[in-house]
Design a protein around this ligand. Sequence first.
Ligand SMILES: NC(=O)c1ccc[n+]([C@@H]2O[C@H](COP(=O)([O-])OP(=O)(O)OC[C@H]3O[C@@H](n4cnc5c(N)ncnc54)[C@H](O)[C@@H]3O)[C@@H](O)[C@H]2O)c1
Length: 263
Amino acid sequence: MASTPYTPRVAIVTGAAQGIGLSIVRQLAQDGIDIAVNDLPSKLDKIHEVVDEIRSSGRKCIAVPADISSEEQVKNMVETTARELGSVDIMVANAGIAAAMSTLLETTTENFDAVYAVNIRGTFLCFQQAAKQMIKEGHGGRLIGASSAAGKEVLLNLTAYSASKFAIRGLTQSAAKELGSYGITANAYAPGLILTPLLGETTGDKDSVDEAVKTVKKVMGIPDDAGVADPEVVADFVSYICKPSSRFITGQTISVDGGLRFS
Ligand SMILES: NC(=O)c1ccc[n+]([C@@H]2O[C@H](COP(=O)([O-])OP(=O)(O)OC[C@H]3O[C@@H](n4cnc5c(N)ncnc54)[C@H](O)[C@@H]3O)[C@@H](O)[C@H]2O)c1
């Protein structure tokens, strides 16, 4: 008979000042997990608002502002969390950027590197530093990455972003293969159209979510009848994958997209 699995109790969530990350923070706190809230240092006020909200619900919560593309800042973020909250059991490497929409022919090296620095280097650093801490603590853990429907089948005019979201799946599989013997699972979510500020920031339609959705569908070649959802649908998946009972699921990138892609 397998021994009783460890119950994860401390999570770091990156890019959590808004959107999907914020929704994950709220859900995990509701599940009884203490949280380190990360976002860019320039969003410190918003990070503190989230921390205050979670603390007032009775959970321990700290602010860990950091740019996840910086190795030193990610190391500090993990060390601070372990010191102040007692361990690091869950890393939700959620932060990601889409930057400007552009085709393969038009994508500049600067744009490509900027997207890769956050989406891939950032996720790699978060997985690596959290895994080192989890191995030191010796009770396993959960690594969770943010892929996308665009990481299952490319979207038009989103070359660097789509490629980076395919790469998240590779990184997730590498982590799952390498770290399984430590009791660490690695999985990712692949959302479809989720109503967050990201959509408006990508299309330039910052004032109207409906316009942003229309533009995204048109420019990226997504069918008109594709559904949209609030970030809670992703947070619910993360909640499940953090539970002790999910310990036998690893290396997966799960579509949370209303049926956009069947893979
Ligand atoms: N919204 C969608 O439809 C959708 C679909 C598929 C995948 N995703 C992915 O889900 C994740 C969350 O998306 P969202 O819609 O909530 O985005 P969002 O833009 O609303 O929030 C992302 C957060 O990440 C933060 N961030 C950006 N760069 C950072 C860095 N270097 N270090 C730390 N934080 C940083 C931003 O400040 C922002 O608060 C992203 O990885 C995104 O690519 C979103």
